[in-house]
Design a protein around this ligand. Structure first.
Ligand code: KIV
Length: 272
C-alpha cells in the first residue's frame, strides 16, 4: 500500500499540489469501467484518467478521434461508481472543445454534471487557451496535455517523440507556463525528451505528470491495459508491462473451453 493511500482520504487538486511541494510522486493510470476502476482505486492510485484512449483499447479504433462526448460520459459514470479515493479526470474528446470556447464549456459541464468526475483534460497549448479559460470560469478544474497529443495525429502524421527540435521545445515550454498561468491544476507531458520534461517540472509550480517523459517529473501515467499486458501490439520504449494478463486470460479461457468440451465442467458441486 502506498504512503499516499494511508495519508490522504480523498485525492483533490490541492492534495496533488501539496504532493508536488513535498516531492511526493503522483501515480496516475487510466480506467474506463467500474470493475477495473475499483481495482485501480483500491490499489492506491492517486489519479484515474478516463482517457480518450478508450477509443483504442475499449472500442478498437485506430485513433482517439472517433470517441464521442456521450461515450466519454458513459465511461466516466462507470469509473466514478467504482472509486472512493482517486481524483477522477476525464478527457474532453476530439471535437468537443477546439475552436469554440462555448462548446468547450458546455462539454465540460456535461461531463461534470452527468458523471460526477472531478476534472477535465484537454490537449494543446495557446491554440485552446480561450477554451480552457472559459471552462475555468465555471469552476471546473483543468489538466493540460502537451507534447504528443494523439487527437492531432493527422496533423503530425506520426507517434514519434515530440519537441526534439529547439523551436518546438521552446513552444512547449511557453505553452506549459501559459497553462499554469491561466489556472490549470496540472499538466501531462507525453513522449518528449526527459531533459525538457525535467525543465518544465522544475520551472512550474503545478504538478507535471509524464508518459514517456522520463523520471524527473512529478508523477507518471500509463494506460492501464498496456501496463497490465492486456494489449499486445503497442510496445513503446517507455512502457513497462507489470503483467502479461492477455496470455494468462487466453490460458484460463482455453481451460474453460476444454472443460466444457470434455464435460469436466460443471461437476456435481457446481450444480443444483
Ligand atoms: O487518453 C489517454 O490515455 C491519455 C494518456 C496517454 C495520458 O491521454
Amino acid at each position: 500500500m502506498s504512503t499516499a493511500k494511508k495519508t490522504y482520504k480523498r485525492i483533490t487538486t490541492h492534495v496533488l499540489h501539496s504532493m508536488k511541494l513535498k516531492g511526493e510522486k503522483i501515480s496516475m493510470l487510466t480506467a474506463y469501467d467500474y470493475t477495473l476502476a475499483s481495482i485501480v482505486d483500491t490499489a492506491g492510485v492517486d489519479v484515474i484518467l478516463v482517457g480518450d484512449s478508450a477509443s483504442n483499447v475499449m472500442a478498437g479504433h485506430e485513433t482517439t478521434l472517433p470517441i464521442t462526448l456521450d461515450q466519454m460520459i458513459y465511461h466516466a459514470q462507470s469509473v466514478v461508481r467504482g472509486c472512493e479515493r482517486s481524483l477522477i479526470v476525464v478527457d474532453l474528446p476530439f471535437g468537443s472543445y477546439q475552436g469554440n470556447s462555448k462548446t468547450a464549456l458546455d462539454s465540460s459541464i456535461r461531463i461534470m454534471k452527468e458523471s460526477g468526475a472531478h476534472a477535465v483534460k484537454l490537449e494543446g497549448g495557446v491554440e485552446i487557451k480561450e477554451s480552457i479559460e472559459r471552462i475555468l470560469t465555471a469552476g471546473v478544474p483543468v489538466m493540460g496535455h502537451l507534447g504528443l497529443t494523439p487527437q492531432s495525429i493527422y496533423k503530425f502524421g506520426t507517434y514519434t517523440v515530440r519537441a526534439k527540435e529547439e523551436a518546438e521545445a521552446q513552444k512547449l515550454l511557453e505553452d506549459a507556463k501559459m497553462l499554469e498561468e491561466i489556472g490549470c491544476f496540472a499538466i501531462v507531458l507525453e513522449k518528449i525528451p526527459a531533459k525538457l520534461a525535467a525543465r518544465v517540472a522544475k520551472e512550474l509550480h503545478i504538478p507535471v505528470i509524464g508518459i514517456g517523459a522520463g523520471g524527473d517529473v512529478d508523477g507518471q501515467v500509463l494506460v492501464l491495459h498496456d501496463m497490465l499486458g492486456l494489449t499486445k501490439e503497442f510496445n513503446p520504449r517507455f512502457l513497462r508491462r507489470y503483467l502479461n494478463l492477455r496470455d494468462e486470460m487466453v490460458g484460463a479461457i482455453q481451460s474453460y473451453v476444454r472443460d466444457v468440451k470434455s464435460t469436466d465442467f460443471p461437476d456435481k458441486n457446481e450444480q443444483y
